[in-house]
Design a protein around this ligand. Sequence first.
Ligand code: DGI
Ligand code: FE
Ligand code: FE
Ligand code: FE
Length: 186
Amino acid sequence: MDESSIRLKVQKELSPRRFQHVCGVVQMAEELAKRFGSDVEKARLAAWIHDFAREWPVERLTQTAKESGVDPSFFEVKELLHGPIAAANAPEWFGIEDEDVRNAVRYHTSGRPGMSLLEKIVCLADAIEPGRSYPGVEQLRQIAEHDLEEALARQMDGTIQFLIKCNQPIFPLTVLARNELWEQVQ
Ligand code: DGI
Ligand code: FE
Ligand code: FE
Ligand code: FE
């Protein structure tokens, strides 16, 4: 499937607001891929499909995740399921077989230890695309000008702090990813 067909399929699945976010992630992922020397085509593809299942009701998410063989650990936090579902079905839905692209989609919300360059780029692009506005995003964008790992480590710190404030569970892979990223910075 070519990129414009994928774009159209994604647009049909999402609200205008969410599609606007996805377009921002594509733009940001391309920018980061050029800056840090990753594959621009793969970054754009991962960004296009990363939130395909983001607006599905939770029953459809859990049902499809089961049918798609998504790793059971992801079921602990329902907000994480949309990435693994898109990754699992990417060959069938979009003709995307590439493992790095699919891992970037699979782990775009949680991160994981041992993230590839592409995985880091998609995860960070999701958080700092031009449409995002939350306290601290401007600082993250500035750090992302020169240090991918530091920007992503700080972004994950922000997510973890937010989850703690809201008494939400923290997915273990996020903690492991965050710890490893700070090691890569220092
Ligand atoms: O899909 P997006 O809204 O563009 O962004 P996302 O996929 O990064 O995040 C989806 C949601 O998941 C967001 O509201 C925060 C939440 N989230 C991320 N990491 C964790 C989490 N929720 C819990 N409970 N635990 C996590 O570790
Ligand atoms: Fe997402
Ligand atoms: Fe993210
Ligand atoms: Fe997103």
